[in-house]
Design a protein around this ligand. Sequence first.
Ligand SMILES: CC(C)(COP(=O)(O)OP(=O)(O)OC[C@H]1O[C@@H](n2cnc3c(N)ncnc32)[C@H](O)[C@@H]1OP(=O)(O)O)[C@@H](O)C(=O)NCCC(=O)NCCS
Length: 146
Amino acid sequence: MTAAGVTVAEVTVVTPDVVAAFARLVPQLSRSSPPPGEAELAEMVASPATTLLVARIDGEIVGTLTLALFRIPTGLRAWIEDVVVEESARGAGVGEALTRAALERATAAGARSVDLTSRPSREAANRLYRRLGFEARDTNVYRHSR
Ligand SMILES: CC(C)(COP(=O)(O)OP(=O)(O)OC[C@H]1O[C@@H](n2cnc3c(N)ncnc32)[C@H](O)[C@@H]1OP(=O)(O)O)[C@@H](O)C(=O)NCCC(=O)NCCS
């Protein structure tokens, strides 16, 4: 069920309100990553591998999620990335609406599973994902920092 008043849509054109929304939202997700500018957002919108979703309440962008879809030898992979909701709009189902919309799109594209990672300290996020049916996998997550 989608929370009352929340609409989720794919960004197809990078308008100034989209650029401004990412400038507000990305610092609420990461202290180290600068928000994407118009060119980076346009690159994501143009790429067949990324679906940029935004949630709106009364026309205002209050959250975003990126669905990454790409084919590898074992099938079509789907990853949910960079989920963030405006602090003042949290707890109202916006994150749930974004995640459900991503799951629907991944299924429609032919993905048989959807992956994501979330640090244990992100308690609200981990509760949300488990409530929506995500199950922890026993695997090691590695990163090679460059
Ligand atoms: C994780 C996040 C996207 C969830 O967005 P949201 O719109 O609050 O999500 P929902 O309302 O659908 O549900 C989130 C859960 O956290 C609770 N919650 C989150 N913020 C809350 C708040 N300010 N007050 C009360 N409850 C809150 C909700 O009640 C809900 O809990 P439940 O599943 O036990 O019912 C949001 O908290 C966020 O942007 N956090 C910072 C960035 C982040 O951690 N992103 C995830 C990266 S993996």
